[in-house]
Design a protein around this ligand. Sequence first.
Ligand code: M6P
Ligand code: ZN
Length: 194
Amino acid sequence: MALLEPFAAEFNLETGVMEASKNLIQRRLSSMRGMYADEAAEAALLAAGDPMIYEVYTSEVPEEAGQVLYCTTTIYPGRVGDEYFMTKGHFHSLRDRGEIYLGLSGEGYLLLQTEEGEPRAVPMHPGTAAYVPPYWAHRTANVGDEPFVFFAAWPGDSGHDYGTIEKIGFPQLLVSRDGQPALVGNPRFSGVTG
Ligand code: M6P
Ligand code: ZN
């Protein structure tokens, strides 16, 4: 492994913007087609201009064992039908790699599931350190009216497995009920992986 020089990156706690980051990932609704339950609401939003759902400023750290990758994620406020704007979500390619999140601004939820489809949900606020244990798929959603911003750090060799989530979805949907976040069963959840 190469010996790296120590460095520091500055980022904005309100917006999540990391000025030094050369890697900005932007996900509009069109890049996550089929992930929201309400297909008619998705089609209407796509026709109305394809909203930005979230942005990720990633570190320049090499993706290899021993390194610690990090990023900030900013999920914009909004819903597709009743379902709050959210990330795609992923398992780690190496399933036995965990992750740590720190809420910086706004209000969100961390949604998780095991490979057996066992769901969990963890509310996140500024100052919440939420732990993603190894083996749990993870997705975040914004349940507030402002951008939800959080910092994440994870082992450099974890990898992102998006395909499994694209195929099976998450067991629960996070929706707005009378203006409050509520978890409901996902009727399209196709269950256990493999
Ligand atoms: C968190 C971390 C990142 C991830 C980002 C967006 O910041 O888990 O690794 O890329 O959320 O989530 P996703 O990759 O699932 O779209
Ligand atoms: Zn992860």
